[in-house]
Design a protein around this ligand. Sequence first.
Ligand SMILES: Nc1ncnc2c1ncn2[C@@H]1O[C@H](COP(=O)(O)OP(=O)(O)OP(=O)(O)O)[C@@H](O)[C@H]1O
Length: 382
Amino acid sequence: MTTVIPGSFAAPIEVRGLSKRFKNVDAVTDLGFTVPQGSITGFLGPNGSGKTTTLRMILGLVKPTSGTSTVAGVPIRSLVDPARTVGAVLDSQSLHPNRTALDHLKVYASAIRVPDARARQVLALVGLEDVAGRKAGGFSLGMRQRLSLATALLGDPRILILDEPANGLDPEGIAWLREFLKGFAASGRTVLISSHILREVEQTVDNLVIVSRGSLVYQGRMEELRKSQQSRLLVASSSPAALATALAAKGIVDARSLADGRLAVVGASLELVESVAAGAGVTIFGAVGDHIDLEQLFLSMTAGQYVAGASPAAPSGYGPPQTYAPQPGYAPPGYPAQPGYAPQPGYGPPPGYPAQPGYAPPPGYGPPPAHPQQGPMSGGPR
Ligand SMILES: Nc1ncnc2c1ncn2[C@@H]1O[C@H](COP(=O)(O)OP(=O)(O)OP(=O)(O)O)[C@@H](O)[C@H]1O
């Protein structure tokens, strides 16, 4: 059961008309979506479709060319205590190799002014307490991912943003992450998790935002997308046209001719098709079941066949749900209009966040100078 956090009426993450152009590359174009509270929202798209750029804009690490985004109802730079509202992992590779897991966490605990004791707590949360004294340089990819996640959890945030956290994880690691995130969301908190492989997050996410070439192609609940998957029968017969007519007379109207001469029939069993064919004097030469899986659907959506707001155009009768709009209830009534987002010169993480790799913070800003490599919001501006 989802717990609603009192007083938090704004959507955890709201993106409106967001665009980013890098010189001559349109990385993100007029993107809009809402991440519902308590959801684990998968942010999916092929490599280069603008996911990381979007996450960086939401986190205030990249200045949008146009559009707005809010976290907990306000532009991220307006959050009073950002690390306690949102934790993010953008790059788990940027851990200092000679620093122990515990020391790494203490550095960032100090930067966001949480007690050192919290470092041990988050290590336990991600199952790394046994390697607290080991240097991160010797960590496997999975351990690095966990340590990055622990860093993001230091401020006990109610929103987590994770960029490809399942990347390179083995099935056991993915299963662990799934259970962790489900537990996180079950307490009413919210996760936005990106991936370029639907299968990787299919069992984890309950809501989806799918992008292709920087634009939205689908937004909605996972179960809606699942429902759109239908099995069909591919029937070879002596007269596809006569069979289609006979099926239509029995109320089976979704029967289409394929280029190979077979009839693709949706919503009828083989027994029914055989009996209708027999009644119409049509001979069936053979029939096979055909099931399109979610990954195929995802690939077809991101191959540019579908556009946001349009009806699916797949000739085979398969496609995503007809409406790509947010689900009812996902945009709370009375949700306040977003103020214009006016990024500051020298755009970067909001005050209260440690420095990011590649990010040049103002003097005196960020964690201890030795190795400002990662924090509750890791990664740097591009
Ligand atoms: N700093 C930059 N300068 C120029 N182009 C950039 C920059 N950052 C990203 N891009 C381009 O913007 C597009 C979107 O990249 P982005 O990294 O956001 O996509 P992505 O969906 O996260 O991809 P991946 O899954 O490979 O990380 C790509 O064409 C990329 O080359």
